[in-house]
Design a protein around this ligand. Sequence first.
Ligand code: HEM
Length: 316
Amino acid sequence: MRFDAIMKVVVMLVIMLRHCNGLSMNYYMLSCPMAEFIVRNSVNSALRADPTLAAGLLRMHFHDCFIEGCDASILLDSTDDNTAEKDSPANLSLRGYEVIDDAKQQLENQCPGVVSCADIVAMAARDAVLFSAPGLIYDIPKGRKDGTRSKIEDTRNLPPPIFNSSELIKMFGQKGFTAQEMVALSGGHTLGVARCSAFKNRLKNFDSTHDVDPNMDTQFMKTLVKTCSAGDTAEQPFDATRNNFDNAYYRALQRQAGLLTSDQTLMTDPNTRPIVNAYAMNQAMFFFDFQRAMVKMGQLDVKETGQVRQNCRKIN
Ligand code: HEM
C-alpha cells in the first residue's frame, strides 16, 4: 500500500476512535491497557458478594453526570470549608463508593496517575448493567478528567421524585435529551429500591377507604402503605426483579405499579405513554435505546483538561 493510502487509513481510524470532545473508545489502549479489565473485575467481585450494589453504581454515574458533568464530583468528600455533593439529602443513599476505591487502588498500582475517577465511575456503571443483564454489553468512550468542584448546592439540579412528565421532559431537554431518551434512562429504575421518604407523597391522604393517587393500583398502594409503616427509610423495590436489568419496570408502569410520581407519570402522560408501552413489549428496543442514551449521558459536560485524582475522594 502506498504511504498516502496508509496515512488515509490511519486518519480514518483516529477519527473513528476519537469523539469530538476528546474522548475515545481506546483511550487507555497504550497508557493502561488493563484498565477496562481491572474495573470489570472489581465490579464483578463486589457484585458477586452483593448484587444490590449494581443499582448504586448505576445511580452514582447518573448523579455524577447531571451535576457539573461526568467528572467524579460525586466522589469528593466534604472538607472543613466545603460541603460536597455526596452530603446532599438527594445523595445520602448513594452506594458503591468502596467499589470505585477498590478499582482506583488497583489502577494506581498498575498505571499510576492515568485512569480518571470519572472514567472509573462510567465504566463501573456500564459493567454493573452488564452484570445484571448478561448480554447487554456496550463500549463507552473514555478520557474524562476529574473535576475539582463539588458543592452541595449544585445538587438542586437533580430531578426530584415528585416531578411530572412535562417537568422531566423539560429538565432532561435542558441537558440535550429527547423525551424518548429520558424514558429510556428512567428505565435505570429496573434496578434497586427507593425509600418511603421518596414516594410517601403519593400516600399522604391515604386511609383504608380512599384511594388517593388515581394513578396507582389499589393493591400496590396497600403494599406501599405497609412498607411505609416501618418508617421513612423503609425500602421498596422499583419492580419485582430488583437485581435484574430487564423491562419489568415498564410493565409495572402499565399495571399502575410505578413507585415514584416521576415513574408513573411516564405512563399517565399521553406524550410518553407510547414509549413506555413499546419498551414494555420489546425489551430489545429498551436495551438498544438505553445503551445509546447512557453513552450520551456519559459525555455530559466532560472535562478534556484537568486532573486525574490519585484518591477519588480528594482533589490532588
Ligand atoms: C427521571 C428522573 C429520576 C428521578 C426523579 C429519580 C429519583 C430517584 C429516587 C428518589 C430514588 C430513590 C432514592 C432513595 O430513596 O434512596 C432513585 C433510585 C435509583 N435511581 Fe433514580 N431517578 C431518576 C432517574 C434515574 C436515572 C436516569 C438513572 C440511571 C440511568 C437512575 C437510577 C436509579 C437507581 C439504579 C436507583 C436505585 C438505587 C439503589 O437501589 O441504591 N435514576 N431514583
